[in-house]
Design a binder for this molecule. Structure first.
Ligand code: NAP
Length: 337
């Protein structure tokens, strides 16, 4: 089954996720009415995680150009400061602030929340959960890729791709709903997922990704964030907050070149540009067309099914609810350690 899913992803992805796929779906020029509101979002406050590189960096420039106040969550001070300077220069918007947060650490996220929310960040309209990574170690003897654990025994892909964004968002939901009431405009949460999840079925018995390589652990985590998006959307009033996830396509970013070098080399000339890759997350953050959309998975501005036909990856609602319970209890455990 895993070979069939990988084959389906290869064929579907090559047709749709490349630069040619983007142009076929959306045309070669990407600025249009639905994301045109340059400079008209001056009252919006946004958080973008992983904003110093690749898609997060591009999304931050695009939001800053529209006048938003931006809070960048980055794990490295030097890279973060450089990104802030460049985003201000590119956008002519000075309202860009850096916070040092390690998205794989619930304690680092908690420190940010406790010190900034309701303080330097008086409201929040848009949260882009963009930070993500494939974390693995190549065994020097067997030369095989293996997942790694943090100091508390939790798997690193799970921490950065699922638990971190889950915890950050969970803690911000009430605050974003209150912001929506004040602004009379629903707040928006966007999870940057990956088409890689189409190869993966939610497996509640292996949240620690045992026996996986980094890439399959990553795909599993992106499946989890898609499930969480769908479930949260059901629990919350869409006139106050919406939750959507998206796949950016296969994009020429530092992250892709480092984590999947062979894939990157093969597709190099046909990868999407940063602007093309960031288009869908920007669309979900700013377009009026998706004001009321929630619980959906998007590719190139269109909601699509998060499952391939005949791939048998569909989970049940009960499993999604169980995932949420497990995330809550893991966070509780991590807080105590
Ligand atoms: N590029 C693609 O083709 C593609 C396809 C599907 C999905 N995506 C998704 O798109 C998102 C952005 O990826 P990208 O391709 O733009 O990769 P990228 O260039 O590596 O950017 C990833 C960002 O996430 C940050 N990050 C990673 N681990 C972090 C942590 N523990 N705490 C805080 N920040 C952390 C990185 O910070 P550092 O610079 O400090 O490492 C960087 O700013 C990811 O969620 C990825 O899964 C990308």
């Amino acid at each position: 089954m895993s070979t069939l899913r990988a084959l389906l992803l290869g064929v579907y992805g090559y047709w749709n996720y490349t630069k040619a796929g983007f142009e076929r779906r959306l045309g070669s020029t990407i600025s249009d009415e639905s994301v045109k509101n340059v400079g008209t979002m001056t009252n919006k406050v946004c958080i973008v995680t992983g904003a110093n590189s690749g898609l997060g960096y591009q999304t931050s420039i695009d939001l800053a150009k529209r006048g938003c106040t931006l809070h960048l969550l980055c794990r490295n001070e030097e890279r973060g400061k450089e990104a802030v300077q460049n985003i201000i220069k590119e956008s002519n918007n000075e309202q860009v602030y850096l916070h040092i947060v390690d998205m794989s650490s619930v304690k680092s996220i908690k420190q940010f929340l406790d010190s900034q929310i309701g303080n330097t960040i008086p409201k929040l309209n848009i949260l882009v959960n963009n930070a993500g990574a494939i974390v693995e170690r190549i065994d020097p003897v067997t030369k095989t890729a293996q997942v790694t654990l943090n100091e508390n025994g939790y798997e690193n892909n799970f921490l950065v791709n699922t638990i971190g964004p889950y915890y950050l968002t969970r803690e911000l939901i009430n605050f974003m709903e209150e912001s929506a009431k004040k602004d009379k405009d629903a707040s928006r949460v966007i999870f940057v997922s990956s088409g890689g999840m189409l190869t993966s079925r939610l497996d509640l018995n292996n949240l620690q990704n045992q026996g996986f390589t980094g890439a399959s652990a990553y795909a599993h985590c992106k499946r989890q964030s898609c499930c969480i998006t769908e479930e949260w959307a059901k629990l919350h009033d869409k006139s106050l907050i919406t939750f959507n996830s998206c796949h950016p396509g296969w994009v020429d970013t530092p992250g892709l070149s480092i984590s999947l070098p062979t894939f990157y080399e093969k597709l190099k000339g046909n990868l999407r540009t940063l602007e093309q890759g960031a288009d869908c997350q920007l669309y979900l953050a700013v377009s009026d067309e998706v004001k009321e959309s929630t619980g959906l998975f998007f590719e190139d501005r269109k909601p699509v099914t998060p499952h391939f036909t005949l791939a048998f990856t569909q989970e049940s609602e009960q499993e999604r609810k169980e995932l949420i319970k497990k995330c809550d209890s893991i966070i509780q455990d991590l807080m105590l350690k």
